[in-house]
Design a protein around this ligand. Structure first.
Ligand code: ADP
Ligand code: MG
Length: 727
C-alpha cells in the first residue's frame, strides 16, 4: 500500500466514535434555539407579537416602530442564548446558504461599549454579495442587492450567531435567490387552491403546501477523502475500481448503523432539535456508507429552510467526527446514488389534508379534485418538472437505470387507477339521480377504504401518490428543495385556476349543479392526463418506447432538460402566476447552464490531472520495475527469458497500451476544451455534455484497468474498498 494511502488508513484505524453527551429529552430540547411563538410570547409586547403573527399568517407588513421592538427583543433573547453576532441568512442561486456575520457589539467614541440591534438591521441589509450568481440581472447600472427579513421562517441561534432568514433581491426588485420565487409560488397556490377549496368548505381561508423531505447522503472518513483530489474538488470519485464487495449483498440497508456514524447522527439530531428541525427517522440506505435522515413534514417554506440548514449543520458536525459528508448524487460508480424525495401535499387552514380522503362524500370529492388536478398539472408540465431537478450531478441518477428515470410519469396504484377509470365514464352534462347516488356510494364512497390498505408502491416512479401526499423522487440529494417546490406549486396553482374557471362556466352557463360540474371537468382531465399515468417498471427500453408514443419527453442530458426553462410557455406560466418575471426566469436559465458547464469543466480538469499526474507516472514506475525484472531474467536465462517472463511482458505491453490510450484521450479532451472556450450559454453546455463528458468514462476505464494491474504498494489513491466501509 502506498505511503499516502497507508497514512490515511492508519489514521482512521484509531478513530473511536466521538462521545456525544445526551442532553435532555428530545421534546425538551426542541426549538430551544428558535425565536418561535413561545419565545416571542415571552419576549415581545402584545402588539409586537400580534403584528408578527399577522405577518406570518396574512402576509401583512410590520411597521418600523414594531420592527424596532421586535429587534431589541430578538437580540435580548439571542444574547441569553449566547449569541454575540447576527446575520441575514439567505439562499443565493448557488444553491447553498450564505451569511455574513455582524457583531451586536458597538462602541461609541471608542469608549462606551454596548450591544445594539434595531429594526432597520433586522428588516433589511445590504451585504456586499456581488459575487453571487445573478444571470445578468445585476450587470446593469444597479449592481447592489439587499436581503429582507422573512418573518414566516423564525430566526434561530446557531454557533453564537442569531440567524435571520431573509430573501435576497436586487435593488431593481428581481429575485436573486431561491426563496423569493418559492414564497411567491406559495402565494399563488394559496390563492387558487383556496378558491377551489371553497367549493367544498365555505370557511376555508388559506391553503398551505406541506413538504417532508428525505435526505440521503454518504459519510466517508475525512483522512481518506483527503487523499482523493476528485472527492475534494468535485464531491465524487472520477475513477476507482469497484470492490469485490459492493452493495450486492444488500446487508447495509436498514442494518445496524456503524458506531461512528451513529454518534455523528446523535449529535446531528440534538442540534436539529435545538434548531427546531423535527427530524424523526434515520437509517442506513442501500449502499455502504449511505444514510438517510427525514423529518416530520412542515409548511413548505419552513421545510425548505430546514433542509438547507440541515445540510449546513451536517457539514459542520461531520468535521468534529472526522467525516466528510457527500451530498453528490453519484459519488461512486456502480453504487446507488443519493436522492432527496420531496413529499408534497396541501393543507387548508381548517387542518384538512386536501390530498387525503375524508369521512363524507363531499370531502372525498375534494380529495379527488386536488388529486386529479395535480396529475393534470404534472401532465401539462412534465418537461418543466424534469428541468427543475436537472443538474450536472443529479444527471448521474436520472436516466441511468437507477432511481427514477428521466421520463416524468405519475404512479397512483391500481385501486385509484380503477376509480379514475370509472370516473371517466361519467355522463356528460347533467347526471341522473341514480348515477349521482352510485358515484357517491360506490366510487367516491369507497376511496377511504381503498387508501387504508394502500400498500401499492412503485419504487421506479419519479412522481408517486403515497396515500395522502405525492412523492417527487427525482429531486437530487444536493438540490435546494425550493427549486422543484416552486415549480410544483406554480403548475398546480395554474391548473387550479383553470379548473375553477371551467367549473364556474359549467355552473353559470350550463346550469349544472356544483358537484355535477366538478365531475364533468374531472372526467375531461382524467382523459386528457392519461398519458402521464404509468404503473409499470420505469426502467428500461420498453417504457422509453411507450413513453415516446405517449408524447412524453425523455431528456437524458442536463442541457437538453434545461432548455424548456427558457420557452415562452414556461415564461408566461411564471409571469401569469406572478412567481417570476421574464428577466428572472431567463437569469436562472443562464445560471443553470453556466453552473452545468462549470461543473463539467472542473471535473474534466481534475480527471486530466489525476490521469496525468497520478495514474500515468505511478504506472510507469511499476512498468520500469517489470522491465528491470525482465532484463535481469534475460541476462540469466538468455533467450529462454521469453517463456519465463511471459506474464511480465504481457503486462508491460498491456500497461503501455493503456498509457497510450489515456494520453490520446487526454489530448483529445483538451482539444475539445479549447474549442469549448469559444462558446457560451446553451452551446457551451451542450459542448460539455456531448463532446467532453463522453471522454470521462473512456479515460476512467483505462485508469481503472491500471488500478487492477499496478502494484498496490504504489497506487496513490485510496481505493473504493477502503473508502466505502466505515466502522
Ligand atoms: P419512504 O418514502 O422512505 O417509504 P415515507 O413514505 O414514510 O417514507 O415518507 C415519509 C415522509 O413523508 C416524511 O418525510 C414525512 O414527513 C412525509 N409526509 C408525510 N405526510 C406528509 C404530508 N401530508 N405532506 C408532506 N409530507 C408528508
Ligand atoms: Mg420516500
Amino acid at each position: 500500500m502506498s505511503r499516502i494511502r497507508f497514512n490515511a488508513l492508519e489514521e482512521t484505524l484509531h478513530r473511536l466514535p466521538v462521545k456525544v453527551v445526551q442532553k435532555e429529552k428530545r421534546s425538551t430540547l426542541f426549538g430551544q434555539n428558535v425565536f418561535n411563538k413561545y419565545a416571542m410570547q415571552q419576549y415581545l409586547t402584545r402588539a409586537a407579537y400580534e403584528s408578527v403573527m399577522s405577518a406570518i399568517e396574512h402576509g401583512t407588513k410590520i411597521d418600523r416602530k414594531i420592527a424596532d421592538q421586535v429587534a431589541v427583543s430578538m437580540k435580548d433573547w439571542a444574547m441569553a442564548k449566547g449569541a454575540t453576532h447576527y446575520t441575514h441568512w439567505f439562499q443565493p442561486l448557488t444553491g447553498a446558504t450564505a451569511e455574513k456575520h455582524d457583531a451586536f457589539f458597538e462602541s461609541i467614541n471608542g469608549s462606551l461599549a454596548m450591544e445594539k440591534f434595531d429594526g432597520k438591521q433586522l428588516v433589511q441589509q445590504e451585504p456586499d454579495a456581488s459575487s453571487f450568481p445573478h444571470g445578468g440581472i445585476r450587470n446593469t447600472f444597479e449592481a447592489r442587492g439587499y436581503t429582507a427579513w422573512d418573518p414566516t421562517s423564525p430566526a434561530f441561534v446557531y454557533e453564537t450567531t442569531l440567524c435571520i432568514p431573509t430573501i435576497f433581491v436586487a435593488y431593481t426588485g428581481e429575485a436573486l435567490d431561491n426563496k423569493t420565487p418559492l414564497l411567491r409560488s406559495l402565494q399563488a397556490l394559496d390563492t387558487h387552491a383556496t378558491a377551489v377549496c371553497r367549493y367544498f368548505d365555505k370557511n376555508a381561508n388559506k391553503v398551505n403546501a406541506t413538504l417532508g423531505w428525505e435526505q440521503e447522503f454518504f459519510l466517508i472518513d475525512d483522512a481518506l477523502a483527503l487523499s482523493r483530489p476528485d472527492i475534494q474538488l468535485t464531491g465524487r470519485t472520477l475513477l476507482g475500481y469497484m470492490p469485490a464487495k459492493g452493495q450486492q449483498l444488500e446487508d447495509h440497508y436498514f442494518g445496524t448503523i456503524p458506531a461512528r456514524a451513529m454518534s455523528f447522527m446523535q449529535e446531528l439530531e440534538q442540534e436539529c432539535m435545538l434548531l427546531g428541525i423535527p427530524v424523526k427517522t434515520r437509517h442506513n440506505e442501500v449502499a455502504p456508507n449511505q444514510f438517510e435522515v427525514a423529518p416530520i413534514f412542515e409548511e413548505a417554506n419552513l421545510a425548505v429552510d430546514h433542509n438547507s440548514l440541515l445540510m449546513d449543520v451536517m457539514q459542520k458536525i461531520s468535521r468534529r467526527h472526522k467525516f466528510k459528508v457527500l451530498f453528490h448524487e453519484k459519488p461512486f460508480k456502480d453504487i446507488n446514488g443519493s436522492g432527496k424525495h420531496n413529499n408534497w401535499s396541501l393543507t387548508s387552514d381548517k387542518g384538512t389534508n386536501l390530498l387525503s380522503p375524508g369521512k363524507t362524500p363531499m370531502k372525498n370529492l375534494q380529495f379527488l379534485t386536488f388529486f386529479v388536478n395535480t396529475i393534470k398539472a404534472v401532465h401539462n408540465n412534465e418537461e418543466l418538472l424534469r428541468a427543475s431537478v436537472a443538474t450536472a450531478s443529479n444527471n448521474h441518477r436520472l436516466g441511468t437505470n437507477e432511481a427514477p428515470p428521466a421520463i416524468i410519469s405519475v404512479f397512483i396504484g391500481s385501486q385509484l387507477s380503477a376509480v379514475l377509470d370509472e370516473l371517466e365514464n361519467v355522463t356528460k352534462g347533467k347526471l341522473s339521480p341514480k348515477e349521482k347516488t352510485d358515484l357517491k356510494l360506490n366510487i367516491i364512497g369507497k376511496i377511504p377504504e381503498i387508501l387504508l390498505d394502500n400498500t401499492d408502491r412503485n419504487r421506479t416512479s419519479p412522481f408517486a401518490f403515497t396515500g395522502n401526499k405525492f412523492e417527487f423522487r427525482a429531486v437530487g440529494a444536493s438540490t435546494n428543495c425550493a427549486i422543484p417546490m416552486t415549480v410544483l406549486n406554480t403548475i398546480v396553482a395554474k391548473q387550479l385556476k383553470e379548473f375553477k374557471k371551467e367549473v364556474d362556466a359549467l355552473i353559470d352557463k350550463k346550469g349544472l349543479k356544483k358537484d355535477e360540474a366538478v365531475f364533468n371537468i374531472l372526467r375531461e382531465y382524467i382523459k386528457d392526463s392519461k398519458p402521464i399515468r404509468f404503473e409499470g417498471d420505469g426502467y428500461g427500453e420498453v417504457w422509453e418506447k411507450e413513453a415516446q408514443k405517449r408524447g412524453l419527453s425523455n431528456n437524458k442530458t442536463t442541457p437538453g432538460a434545461l432548455k424548456v426553462k427558457s420557452s415562452e410557455k414556461v415564461i408566461s406560466l411564471f409571469e401569469e402566476m406572478k412567481v417570476m418575471s421574464r428577466v428572472e426566469v431567463e437569469a436562472r436559465y443562464e445560471i443553470d447552464l453556466e453552473s452545468y458547464s462549470n461543473k463539467v469543466e472542473i471535473e474534466s480538469r481534475v480527471l486530466v490531472d489525476i490521469a496525468r499526474n497520478h495514474v500515468v507516472p505511478t504506472t510507469i514506475i511499476y512498468q520500469n520495475t517489470l522491465l528491470e525484472n525482465t532484463k535481469n531474467l534475460k541476462e540469466i536465462f538468455g533467450e529462454d527469458y521469453k517463456k519465463i517472463a511471459k506474464e511480465q511482458i504481457e503486462l508491460i505491453m498491456n500497461i503501455s497500451n493503456h498509457i497510450t490510450q489515456i494520453n490520446a484521450l487526454v489530448i483529445a479532451l483538451e482539444r475539445e476544451r479549447l474549442k469549448a472556450a469559444k462558446k457560451t450559454g446553451l452551446k457551451l453546455a451542450e459542448h460539455y455534455s456531448y463532446l467532453i463528458k463522453p471522454f470521462f468514462s473512456k479515460i476512467r476505464f483505462h485508469c481503472d484497468q491500471l488500478e487492477t494491474m499496478v502494484d498496490d504498494n504504489l497506487w496513490p489513491l485510496t481505493k473504493y474498498r477502503e473508502l466505502l466501509f466505515i466502522k
